[in-house]
Design a protein around this ligand. Structure first.
Ligand SMILES: Nc1nc2c(ncn2[C@@H]2O[C@H](COP(=O)(O)OP(=O)(O)OP(=O)(O)O)[C@@H](O)[C@H]2O)c(=O)[nH]1
Ligand SMILES: [Mg+2]
Length: 361
């Protein structure tokens, strides 16, 4: 599961990418990123931290989200060439919108106006889909003449469906914003439509605006209509500085900023959410670990994330919810209260379940 980072030239895409993934990719702006950068972010999870302490685990392993920093283009054209090829591989889009003022970093439009840019990118995404649907409709229309009668009926229905989607896009309704009917799902099943992907906004704010984070995020929330979308404000320059520091120095700096949970953490958690992912947890002296599953995954499938043998030889899952466990304090107490349960093949693993799989191969 991957998230593609896009935005106007020099909006700070690579800077934010480096902060999210603790990476060291070259920044510079206006086409500085020629080929995509790929990196992994740890999903902050306080449950994992708490359990690590309780079980005195030697290792702590967090869930991960992969980010792809798409190649920039000086013209601001977002969906051409290598960037488009990379975009076809992602599961969600993260738009870095510039809110920071800096005279030494020019803006493509000549002024900093993030509302304008957020609307423009949202529009460009939908426009790319409109154009793609147009080409598809033309192609099917062109082949109608040579079709057999039975096929033609189907094709004409498809054209109707595609036109309906297209006209909704023209009215500002992204694919992600609608409940697709079966016929619509079928009509676009082999078409990659950008506006079907969840859209996240990272507002790249200046250092002066860190104290206004909450208000700015509320504003982005209002700008974003529809589903599977969300935003966070991140000060790219500041985060880039913090990434280079030791953990202690970083903690000290953050405490001094008094900005609460960093936008960076919120963004990574949000990313995990829009990808439709959940974490189940395993604990022990060796390691405490968060494992990634799709929401709704059954117990054997979750077991398979750890090892295919455990899925194949699945017997049952012993499990307790995180909150229940914390309330009990120990596994023994959870067992006494009947909260440490035995679950079978049909069990839907829940976010935060602490699980031990029994299996035999
Ligand atoms: N003042 C300030 N400058 C920033 C901030 N974020 C990025 N910059 C600067 O903006 C310039 C462009 O940053 P990049 O991260 O390379 O931007 P980009 O969007 O990846 O650029 P391309 O890949 O070329 O499109 C660099 O000079 C950064 O130092 C910020 O939060 N504040
Ligand atoms: Mg870049």
């Amino acid at each position: 599961m991957k998230i593609g980072i896009l935005g106007l030239p020099a909006s700070g895409k690579t800077t934010i990418f480096n902060s999210l993934t603790r990476g060291k990719a070259d920044i510079g702006g206006f086409g500085a990123t020629r080929s995509a950068n790929v990196g992994v972010a740890h999903v902050p999870d306080e449950r994992v931290d708490v359990l690590t302490k309780m079980f005195k685990s030697k290792k702590t392993i967090y869930a991960e989200v992969t980010y792809v920093d798409l190649p920039g283009s000086a013209s601001g054209e977002l969906f051409e060439g290598e960037a488009m090829a990379q975009l076809q591989q992602v599961d969600a889009i993260l738009h870095v919108a510039r809110a920071f003022e800096d005279g030494s970093v020019p803006h493509l439009e000549g002024s900093v106006d993030y509302k304008r840019d957020i609307e423009k990118v949202a529009f460009d995404i939908m426009f790319a889909d409109i154009a793609l649907l147009e080409r598809r409709i033309e192609r099917i229309t062109g082949s109608l003449k040579t079709m057999k009668v039975a096929e033609r009926d189907d094709a004409e229905k498809n054209i109707e469906t595609l036109k309906r989607l297209q006209s909704d896009l023209e009215n500002g309704i992204a694919i992600r914003d609608r409940d697709l009917e079966a016929s619509e799902i079928k009509a676009i099943s082999d078409t990659f439509l950008l506006s079907s992907l969840p859209l996240l906004i990272a507002l790249n704010i200046g250092e002066d605006d860190v104290a206004n984070t909450a208000a700015l995020e509320e504003e982005i929330g209002e700008l974003l209509s529809g589903r599977s979308t969300g935003g966070a404000a991140i000060c790219g320059a500041l985060e880039a500085e913090l990434v280079g520091m030791s953990e202690e120095e970083e903690a000290e700096m953050r405490a001094g900023l008094d900005a609460g949970e960093p936008g960076l953490s919120r963004m990574i958690k949000l990313s995990y959410q829009v990808l439709g992912l959940n974490s189940f947890l395993t604990v022990g002296e060796d390691e405490t670990r968060a494992w990634t599953i799709n929401i709704g995954a059954l117990a054997p499938k979750a077991a398979g994330v750890i090892h295919s043998d455990i899925e194949r030889g699945f017997i049952r899952a012993e499990t307790v919810g995180y909150d229940d466990f914390i309330e009990c304090g120990t596994m023994a107490e959870a067992r006494n209260r009947g909260l440490f349960r035995q679950e079978g093949r049909e069990y839907v693993v829940q976010d935060g379940d602490i699980v031990n799989f029994l299996f035999s191969v």
